[in-house]
Design a protein around this ligand. Structure first.
Ligand code: NAP
Length: 244
């Protein structure tokens, strides 16, 4: 019997983990956007680059006879998630969303939730002037006009203009440790952290709490209204129940 063909929309740790869990049972094609020059590659087949919108993705699903799509993209990759939802509906292919849980504030946290990077930028001078910016290189444009603040911006790939003038770039890819994050905050005299509510280990949030640094937390975009799980293990179980 031919194996079930899974398209795994990736670019996250969870997607790589899921590919590793099920590549021996299903035919898995992981899809990466191609933003990172030296991506960590998952098990199974890999394709790289956009599909060409909803129409392109729908055509890809038909042509490659995909049986099921798992959207394991980053919680802030809203366009890709929306396209997956629409293309799957158009072609009649089941969709599972794998999305790690967001963060919630606990005792000792000084968080301010905002709806967008622009709103975080608006609040910045009041909240702090030495800013640890962990929103990724594509988010830097929102802070480009902030000459009154100094930024430590961390990203996997070098950023491109527009970006803040007073900024040091730290090229690094997680996982990060609490001790490492604490050291960065102290060394650079950071007085505010700006982050997207990506979820994950959250070492920077623990360090910010310990050092009593306020956090501007950018809320997630709405997720597609599809079956959703929060771990790679649960996604693997869902796939196994659906068919083999
Ligand atoms: P996005 O804004 O939602 O997507 C923009 C376009 O990029 C999509 O319309 C699609 O092009 C293409 N694309 C995105 N993800 C793709 C994938 N997995 N495979 C093939 N094409 C993809 O996405 P983004 O926020 O730029 O994120 C791009 C990738 O980086 C995603 O795979 C995501 O998981 C990963 N990532 C994003 C963030 C973040 O903060 N946004 C953080 C870490 C990792 P077409 O319309 O041509 O199909």
């Amino acid at each position: 019997m031919p194996r079930v063909r899974v398209l795994l929309l990736g670019g996250t740790t969870e997607a790589r983990r899921l590919a590793g869990l099920v590549a021996g049972e299903f035919t898995v094609v992981s899809s990466l956007a191609g933003r990172t020059r030296d991506p960590l590659l998952p098990a199974g087949d890999v394709r790289i680059g956009g599909f060409g919108g909803v129409t392109g993705l729908a055509a890809y699903l038909r042509e490659t006879r995909i049986d099921v799509v798992v959207d394991a993209t980053h919680p802030f990759a809203a366009t890709m998630s929306e396209h997956a939802f629409e293309a799957c509906a158009a072609v009649g292919v089941p969709l599972l969303v794998l999305r790690r849980p967001g963060w919630s504030a606990g005792p000792g946290d000084d968080w301010h939730r905002v709806a967008s990077l622009a709103e975080a930028a608006d609040l910045l001078p009041q909240r702090g002037r030495r800013v640890f910016l962990t929103t990724g290189r594509q988010g830097l444009a929102s802070f480009a006009e902030h000459d009154g603040c100094w930024f430590l911006a961390r990203s996997v790939e070098p950023p491109e203009a527009p970006m803040p003038r007073r900024m040091e770039v730290l090229l690094d890819r997680g996982p990060f440790t609490v001790a490492g994050e604490r050291e960065l905050i102290i060394r650079h005299r950071i007085d505010v952290l700006v982050t997207k509510d990506s979820g994950g280990s959250g070492a920077k949030l623990v360090a910010a709490r310990e050092l009593e640094i306020p956090v501007l937390m950018v809320d997630r975009p709405a997720a597609p209204a599809a079956d959703t799980v929060s771990t790679a293990d649960d996604a693997a179980t869902w796939l196994r129940q659906r068919g083999r």
